[in-house]
Design a protein around this ligand. Structure first.
Ligand SMILES: NC(=O)c1ccc[n+]([C@@H]2O[C@H](COP(=O)([O-])OP(=O)(O)OC[C@H]3O[C@@H](n4cnc5c(N)ncnc54)[C@H](O)[C@@H]3O)[C@@H](O)[C@H]2O)c1
Length: 354
């Protein structure tokens, strides 16, 4: 498969590397508004570095990876789909709900794969949580707790990362959107949202510092959610799943799991930890980029599966991208109106046909 990358910043460089390193894929073009970034993305391959979207779209390719800032995703996504290319877009799919819907609708109209870069699904600690729930080891799932945050504005290099007109919001659209997706991935679907947001610490209009919410699945299982830009201890995310026979926790950074099991509610408990020393050592040498790169390689392999009609993979699809942004908007609406916001179930996108 021949792929091109739009946006070759921190994430786009890693996306381009994952394409260059996969024997089943070829990097044919990199577009960035910075010619230096585009050239870096090419990384010694035969790909072309180009400086305009038009030039990029005119190059023959099968699929596009979009890793530019969120407010410019839509233009590149729509053009790629209109040219009949499959698409893997970074999170958030767009900075607005309407933008996400237009991208999803275009993918359906064009019968192309639309995947979204919710790469935490590929982090070993999150995979362990998913597998543990699915195996029944913690019994019947009762509820989840999900958390994602960091210390806010000092973390950002560029305005689009936190100013609402570009980012689409605050903590929820940044690390929060990943945790919304993890919650939905584990619950199956989210159709009810109630929450509160605050905007009192950083005072960036439209960009919440904190969002605290409860999500519910159609079957009535809940997730308690917090996305924050006031986590003074530094970047962290975790998910905890509680069931009738125990609990399982997946956390990062560092990558870690804890699982507690019991033979009956209140019975003798066993606790076990996964500490992932090889990941901790590798990150000391090669930073968090090495963990992200492995997750991008996994996403790319499953993207190829999706383009051959197999949707039975962990890779997030367009509906996951849309629902995570709808949920951020729903928490905002719920906070303003003091009401529960209901959403109809989306499920999984259908495999492409023909
Ligand atoms: N999956 C993850 O874990 C993860 C982590 C961080 C960021 N992201 C997402 O990845 C995307 C990129 O984030 P980043 O941290 O690499 O940002 P970045 O600022 O490092 O890179 C963005 C690149 O896009 C280029 N660019 C700007 N406008 C463009 C346009 N109109 N067309 C093409 N290129 C353009 C910039 O020159 C820059 O090189 C964002 O959507 C972000 O939310 C995902």
């Amino acid at each position: 498969m021949r792929l091109g990358v739009v946006g070759a910043g921190v994430i786009g460089q890693l996306r381009a590397q994952s394409i260059r390193e996969n024997p089943a894929t070829e990097l044919v073009a990199v577009f960035d508004t910075s010619s230096a970034a585009a050239a870096r993305g090419v990384g010694g391959s035969n790909a072309r570095a180009v400086g305009s979207l038009q030039q990029f779209m005119d190059i023959d390719m099968d699929a596009v990876v979009v890793s530019s800032p969120p407010h410019v995703h839509e233009e590149a996504c729509i053009q790629a789909l209109e040219r009949g290319r499959h698409l893997l877009c970074e999170k958030p799919l767009s900075n607005t709900v309407e933008g996400c819907r237009r991208i999803v609708d275009k993918a359906i109209e064009m019968n192309r794969v639309l995947a979204v870069g919710f790469n935490l699904r590929y982090y070993p600690a999150i995979k362990f949580v998913k597998d543990t729930i699915d195996s029944g080891r913690i019994g019947q799932l009762d509820h989840l707790r999900v958390f994602g945050g960091h210390e806010g504005l000092p973390k950002f290099r560029i305005d689009w990362q936190y100013k609402a007109p570009e980012s689409g919001g605050g903590a929820m659209m940044d690390v929060g959107v990943h945790m919304t997706d993890v919650a939905r991935y584990l619950l199956g679907e989210i159709t009810e949202v109630s929450g509160v947001m605050t905007e009192t610490v950083w005072n960036v209009p439209g960009s919440e510092d904190n969002a605290m919410a409860v999500f519910r699945s159609p079957g009535g299982v809940s997730a308690i959610y917090q996305a924050t830009w006031t986590e003074w201890k530094g970047y962290k995310f975790y998910v905890e799943a509680y069931g009738s026979l125990g609990m399982v926790r997946g956390a990062y950074a560092p990558m870690q799991n804890m699982i507690i099991t019991q033979d009956r509610p209140g019975g003798a408990r066993k606790t076990r930890w996964n500490m992932y020393p090889e990941i901790i050592v590798r990150e000391k040498l090669k930073t968090w980029h090495s963990t992200a790169l492995l997750s991008f390689a996994g996403e790319l392999r499953d993207f190829l599966q999706m383009t051959s009609g197999n949707m039975n993979v962990p890779l997030a699809d367009g509906y996951a991208g849309l629902r995570s942004v709808e949920i951020a908007a729903a928490v905002r609406e719920s906070s303003e109106k003091h009401q529960v916001v209901k959403l109809s179930a989306l499920g999984r996108m259908k495999a492409i046909h023909g």
